[in-house]
Design a protein around this ligand. Structure first.
Ligand code: FPP
Length: 227
């Protein structure tokens, strides 16, 4: 089972309480820690968190700095220990080379120390854009084919094998928090047959028990993948 979570509504959560946006993102990061524990408890093999999209760079620079700073802080102080303690596997996807050094340092540390872990996998999309991922994959396919003097057309399979999510099954279920019913550049190719669920609940309000309710609903769906 691959579950993907689109964590939206941090700023609205803060605004409702007359708090700065930063506080909303901090509460969002705490909610992510609760969701990791819950995904582990429920035995979900792959869980993806859409933490920061490539389009989020268009926000004001102090807001971008706040979000990336909070992500780095929570990865270092809470997520990293959790991974090592539980033997979780990890993958970071997105245009990682554009991230600030403080974030790259902790990502590199996790990649190094969690290399031989065998447990459940958590996927963090940071600076991720599905359109960029596809362009990146196609360019990689062209490069590989030209190196092999291979003139055959690029297949869907070739592209899938060059995505950041290679070897990870497509999301079975995508849940978006925060009231909007859209995917916002999240895994366009991987979600063609994903089940989509939406909730008005703002992400910082995520509670243990929420996932279980969605999963019960998911289990009742008969999927046919177009067949
Ligand atoms: C969307 O809410 C949320 C974000 C752009 C940032 C999400 C980041 C986290 C939850 C921290 C993740 C932590 C780790 C460790 C990866 P919004 O700002 O778009 O809220 P709005 O829709 O109310 O404006």
């Amino acid at each position: 089972m691959h579950l993907a979570l689109i964590m939206d509504g941090n700023r609205r959560w803060a605004k409702q309480r007359n708090l700065p946006s930063k506080k909303g993102h901090e509460e969002g990061a705490k909610a992510l820690l609760r969701a990791m524990d819950e995904a582990d408890r429920l035995g979900i093999e792959y869980t993806t968190f859409y933490a920061f999209s490539s389009d989020n760079y268009n926000r004001e620079s102090h807001e971008v700095g706040n979000i990336l700073g909070i992500i780095a802080y929570f990865l270092r102080n809470f997520v990293y220990p959790k991974i090592m303690e539980n033997g979780f596997r990890f993958r970071f996807i997105g245009e990682l080379e554009l991230l600030p050094n403080e974030l790259l340092d902790i990502i590199n540390l996790i990649n190094k120390d969690a290399l031989n872990n065998k447990g459940r996998m958590f996927i963090f999309a940071i600076g991720y854009g599905g359109d960029l991922e596809i362009a990146h994959a196609v360019n990689r396919c062209i490069e590989l084919k030209s190196m092999r003097f291979d003139n055959s057309p690029i297949s869907v399979e070739d592209i899938k094998n060059s995505l950041y999510t290679v070897n990870i099954a497509a999301p079975d279920l995508v849940i978006r928090f925060g009231g909007h019913q859209r995917l916002s550049n999240f895994m366009p190719l991987q979600t063609i047959y994903s089940e989509l669920m939406f909730t008005d609940k703002l992400w910082p309000d995520f509670q243990t028990g929420d996932l279980d309710r969605f999963l019960q609903k998911y289990k009742e769906i008969k999927r046919n993948f177009g067949g």
